[in-house]
Structures are given as C-alpha cells and as structure tokens.
Design a binder for this molecule. Structure first.
Ligand code: TNX
Length: 537
C-alpha cells in the first residue's frame, strides 16, 4: 500500500508540472498546480482553529512575523468564528484525523481561500513555511499565492544542521538566524557543538572557571595548520560563551520554530577547554593544560577518574536543565589513547574492570555516561567512534567517517544519523581551492551533496528503520565570522535539508538547481556563496 501511494505521489508530481512548484525547497511529497491564485488583501486574516488553541495561534504569529519581515505585509491573526469561516482568509486548522504523521500537512490554495491542515501545530508550521515560499520575493503592497493542492510529509524524522561555536565563537543573533533558516527548510534539529579543545562556550554555574578560563584562547594558528610549517600565530585573543539566560532564550526561539537543539559536550577527547580550567580532570593533574591555539587532535583528554565522572555528571545535569530535548551529544570522536596508556591509574582501572585495551576503556567511559544520561530520562548520541570497544546500550550513532559506522550501528539495532564527511561536511571546498576562501580541504560541490542518498543500500528494510535521518556539519576552524560560515553553508545546507525531507526516489539535480535559483533571492541578508551561484543568469 505504502509503495502504491508513493508511486501515486511521484507520478502525480511528474505530470502536474507548473511554474509554481519551482519555488519549493524541499519539494513536497505531492504537488498539484491549479489555475488561478489567492490574493492577499487588507482584509485577509490568518484564522486559527480551534479558536482557543494557543499553540496554533503561536504558529500563526510566527508566520505573520515572517511575512511582515519578508514581504512587508501585515496579516492580523484571529481565532475562527462562524463569520470568518466563510471569508477569503488563510486558515490554519488542526485536523487530528489527517493521516500524515506529526510533521505532515495539507495545503489547499484556491482563489477564494487558503486552507492549511495538520494533525499537530508542528505540521501547521511546515505548511506556513511552504506558504512563505509561495509568496513573491520581496516587499509589495499586495501579494498572491498560486492555486495548488499540496500533501506533504518528511521522509526522515531527524533533519539536522550542526554548528561548531568552539573553534570560533558565534553570537546569539547569528545562532538564531541560523535556526530560522534551517527551520525555513523544514529541518528540525540544531546540533550545537559547544565545547572543544579551542574553547568551552557554555556557562556552567557549578564550574565558573570553564568560562572564566576555558572560553578564552590567547591566539590562533594562522593558515592551514596541517600545511603551514613553521606555524605562525595571529596574536589575537579569541573568547566568548553563552550565559544560561542566553541559552534559555535560544532554546525558546528554537521551540517556536519546532527545532530541537542537541547540545554537544565533548568527551573523553577534545577536552582541552575543560582541562585548562580544571587540570585535575586530566591524567596529569599538575600539567599546565592550555586552551588550544592550534587546530587538530590533542593527546590530553579527560582521565576516566571518579572526579571526572562527577564533574561530567554535574555538567550534564545543568545541560539537561537547559535543553529539554531527548538527545544529548557526548562527542566521543578522535580520542587518542596516549595519555591513558601512560597513566598508572588508567592501567589499574583497566585491570580492575577486565578491559583488554584502551578502546574498551573508551567504551567503559561512554557506558558510564550513558547510564547516567539514561537515568535522567534522556539518551546519548555520539560520533561513530563510540562503536569502539562496544556500543553503550541506548546510544544513537552519528556516522561521520563515511557510512560504515552508521551501517554497523543499524545492524546492531541502534539508531543512526548519517553525516558522512564526503557528502555532508560544509568545511570542504565548494569550488576551486585556488579561488575559494581557505577551507579544511576536500572538494564537495553542491551537486555532489545533492547526489547523496542517506539510506545505505547495505541495510535490510528492517535495519533501515534505525536510520533516523541526515545532517550537515560545519566545523569553523577556517570560518571565523558568521559571514564566512554562511558562505560555506548556503546553499549546500539547503540541499541537505531537501535530502532529509523529500521522499525517496531519484532526485534530479537540474530540477533542484532550477528551484534553488528561484529560492536564493529569498535569502536576502544571508552571505550565501553568491559568486558560485549566479542567480541573475
Ligand atoms: C573532525 S568530524 C572532527 C572535528 C574537526 C573536523 C574538521 C568530527 C567528529 N571531528 O573536530 O573540526 O574533523 O573537519
């Protein structure tokens, strides 16, 4: 039945080609273009139903704010009433009987009314994001939406975008803009990489030195660390962190756009920000650990001592108070084993717990943390190195070193998010390295991102159920400003958003590129890679 329906969707969309569909990213599951248009007038209202539902009203309010900002139009919000129900308005209606999941929606636009229906406020929010894309670009006195019938729902439940704020700090205003843009493209998860060797960026009340000391580095290595020998430093201090009030503000902002934030606290590696503040958490407590001023991977990592676990549990407790989402990212990547090999304490601990090597010690570390997080009703997610030495029972795996980790985890019946470097890393060059801004390396043009199929064919249908979705990542070693980040992220992140939402089946890059051309002018004020995507052509 499911396949039949899908076939229906696909064939319908193929034969009902109209100009209008070329505005929509991600492309809906079913789009039927019709004749005519709905014209917004001074009397048009956004009518919410049920009239008393505060969350539907909130969706309507977010939508009218967005339309005001993009089109300069003022649309009053009103709860439904018998008089309004007959009028030429935009209706946002909860319909619990709609069978499109908790993110799906139906949007019916005729010359006399616009009806958005969904079983949840979240579905209505996505209907509203589609409406934004059907309105004209830019300010105008009146505006129209083309008549059409859309039935839509996402392919994957996890559609993520990541941002590293440790290597370079990004202000709250930019984080909000980033969240707004990912939600506009119907992504629902923001992965906030908050701690690393080069800076600890979240206020933890119990450990003030994390931000007093750990959020600051003296200077930064210039150029590409791996190629520039001898190294030079710029002599400019870098700092910055988010207070807990700021974090709460960002969380509320994300909630209003149905975005869940996955906060990441790195362990056991990438820990120099914390060790500089509290050296007793390292395997050499008397060492003068420094917040890293170079990029790369460092041998100094958290020591698996009771003191460290106590510290991490306190930190995670505060983190879980701030972030209401189920998933807590505990890092787990790139943890060299040198410090543990040289530590008498670690060797003793391994003997006591029958651990045959340091990989099993890493697994022991992650399992202890996993047990704690699970006991608080949450779940851990970690980079694919958490497979080393055996996965913790309830862990979700983020597959970044290719797809192998994700495939292995799904086969072990663990949830998986796919974010392989080769197709999802936006710190790779998107054009000719000779003329593009300095990047980490690699080459990942837009069409290569778009060609990625997130569902590994190696998995059986039963195993495929564990693949929750797909995410794009931006590490910020070479992007010190919001503008530099935007240049790398857009439009590649928009392609990744479509991979997460659009139904399975062949995705046509030409078709995407055509829609993107119509869509990019909406991103005014965003420093997308304009010179690579000449939209005036
Ligand atoms: C690897 S991807 C890392 C990051 C770096 C990135 C640079 C991952 C889990 N770890 O710490 O920033 O490479 O591309």
């Amino acid at each position: 039945m499911k396949h039949l329906l899908l076939f229906f969707f696909l064939s319908y969309t193929t034969f009902a080609q109209t100009e209008n569909q070329y505005n929509l990213i991600p492309f809906p599951a079913r789009f039927v273009g019709q004749n005519g248009q709905f014209t917004l007038s001074a009397s048009t209202r956004v009518v919410t139903s049920p009239a008393t539902d505060a969350s539907v009203k909130a969706v309507a309010q977010t939508f009218v704010n967005q339309v005001k900002a993009a089109n300069g139009l003022t649309l009053p919000v009103a709860g439904t009433s018998p008089a309004l129900a007959k009028g030429a308005h935009i209706f946002l209606t909860l319909n619990k009987k709609l069978n499109l999941g908790d993110e799906g929606y139906k949007l019916t636009i005729t010359p006399t009314r616009v009806l958005a229906e969904a079983a949840t406020p979240k579905g209505l929010f996505y209907a509203a994001q589609t409406m934004r894309q059907l309105l004209p670009v830019g300010q105008s006195a009146t505006a129209t939406m083309p008549a059409c019938a859309i039935t839509d729902k996402p392919r994957f439940s996890y559609r993520g975008l990541h941002l590293d704020v440790s290597r370079n700090f990004m202000p709250v205003s930019f984080v909000k803009k980033y969240i707004d843009l990912l939600a506009m493209h119907k992504q629902n998860t923001f992965h906030w990489h908050l701690t690393d060797d080069q800076g600890w960026r979240i206020e933890i009340k119990k450990y003030p030195k994390l931000t007093q000391i750990g959020s600051k580095r003296a200077e930064t290595v210039v150029g590409q660390y791996f190629q520039n020998y001898p190294q030079q430093f710029d002599g400019k201090p870098v700092g910055g962190f988010y207070t807990q009030d700021e974090i709460r503000d960002v969380v509320r902002y994300a909630q209003s756009r149905f975005v869940t934030i996955v906060p990441e606290i790195e362990m056991p590696g990438h820990a120099l920000g914390a060790l500089a503040a509290y050296p007793e958490l390292g395997c050499e407590p008397t060492k003068a650990y420094q917040v890293a001023t170079k990029w790369g991977v460092f041998d100094d990592v958290f020591c698996p001592s009771d003191k460290t676990f106590g510290f991490l549990q306190d930190v995670l407790t505060e983190v879980m108070t701030l972030f209401p989402g189920k998933l807590i990212h505990i890092g787990g990547d790139e943890c060299p084993k040198t410090a543990w090999k040289n530590s008498a304490f670690c060797q003793e601990l391994m003997k006591k717990n029958n651990l045959k090597d340091e990989h099993e010690l890493q697994s022991y570390f992650i399992r202890r943390i996993e047990k704690f997080v699970t006991s608080k009703g949450r779940a851990i997610i970690g980079w694919d190195e958490i497979l080393e030495g055996g996965l913790a029972p309830n862990a979700t795996v983020m597959s970044w070193r290719g797809t192998e980790g994700g495939i292995a985890a799904a086969k072990q019946k663990h949830n998986v998010v796919m974010t392989p470097t080769g197709t999802c890393y936006m710190d790779y060059y998107q054009g000719n390295p000779a003329t593009e801004p300095l990047a980490i390396g690699g080459y990942l043009p837009l069409d290569q991102v778009y060609a990625y199929e997130p569902m590994p064919t190696e998995l059986t249908p039963a195993e495929q159920k564990y693949v929750l979705g797909v995410q794009g990542n931006i590490w910020t070693e070479y992007t010190p400003t919001p503008e530099a980040v935007e240049y790398m992220v857009y439009p590649r992140a928009i392609a990744i958003a479509e991979l997460g939402w659009m139904q399975a089946g062949p995705h046509n890059f030409e078709d995407f590129a055509q829609r993107l051309k119509n869509h990019l002018p909406r991103l005014s004020g965003v420093n997308y890679a304009k010179r690579l995507f000449d939209i005036t052509a």
